[in-house]
Design a protein around this ligand. Structure first.
Ligand SMILES: C[S@@+](CC[C@H](N)C(=O)[O-])C[C@H]1O[C@@H](n2cnc3c(N)ncnc32)[C@H](O)[C@@H]1O
Length: 240
């Protein structure tokens, strides 16, 4: 754009710095400080997972399934940058949206995004280890839980290795977080109408096993890979 205009000294050094970072495997989103997702620009830094394309498809499924029913309480478990909580709050403005994360530094980014992108109606963000701060017998119309699901020894790209370990990996088969979630839902008698999760298509059978006491409907991304599941209670007494 600037033709033959010479680069100033400072800009040249900044440029060198950014290029070196990128060459060392720092994801472009961290170099730029943002990621465009679902038509909005989310602030990201090394404390949060970079919102993924597949999670946009998860959001699409969630919104489609929420069209026909009243949704007034929403829990976004493992909110990270806050992308799902913010876009759910925008789409369903009357709902009470609560985003939880174990990482305090991720919650700072989520709050920052909410202040920039939805200042008039931001979701609430709270620090919590899974459902730790949720009272027993609570009910949510909708829970979205994009928790870490990558097996600990899976080889990942060097860019992914620079994202927070605790946002990605979850035990030997990647399903420790979902197993703990099922346990906590059960012991705290927390009920929901719809629970949506994301995982790897290769984990489908293991997911069926983890959620064996629930009804489960698998959903695919645009390429037909089943990355998502809608979980509902089998027993009507578990629903309100
Ligand atoms: C896969 S990332 C998803 C982030 C965001 N929801 C998204 O879709 O881009 C998982 C998130 O769960 C959080 N997390 C990991 N363990 C957790 C726990 N025990 N309790 C609450 N959040 C947890 C991580 O800090 C991370 O932000």
């Amino acid at each position: 754009m600037h033709g033959d205009e010479p680069l100033g000294f400072l800009l040249w050094h900044k440029y060198q710095f950014w290029v070196r970072k990128r060459a060392n495997g720092t994801p472009l989103a961290y170099v730029r400080g943002y990621q465009d997702w679902h038509g909005r620009r989310f602030v990201v830094n090394k404390d949060v997972l970079i919102p993924r394309d597949e999670t946009e498809t998860l959001l699409k499924h969630v919104l489609e399934s929420s069209e026909q029913r009243a949704v007034s309480s929403i829990l976004d478990l493992g909110t990270g940058s806050g992308c799902l909580a913010i876009e759910l709050q925008r789409a369903i403005p009357g709902a009470e949206v609560l985003g939880l994360d174990i990482s305090k530094s991720a919650l700072k980014v989520a709050n920052q995004n909410a202040q920039i992108l939805l200042p008039s109606n931001p979701p609430t963000f709270r620090h919590s280890n899974l459902l730790g701060i949720i009272s027993s017998d609570s009910h949510f119309d909708l829970i979205v839980a994009n928790l870490p699901y990558v097996p600990a020894d899976l080889e990942v790209m060097k860019e992914v290795r620079q994202e927070p370990h605790g946002a990605i990996f979850s035990g030997h088969d990647g399903l420790d977080h979902y197993r703990r979630l099922v346990q906590e839902l059960d012991t705290k008698k927390i009920t929901f109408e719809h629970l949506w999760i994301e995982f790897l298509p290769t984990q489908k059978d293991a997911i069926k096993d983890v959620f064996k006491d629930y009804r489960i409907t698998f959903k695919a991304d645009v390429a037909g890979n089943e990355f998502f599941a809608l979980i509902t209670a089998v027993d009507t007494h578990l629903q309100r």
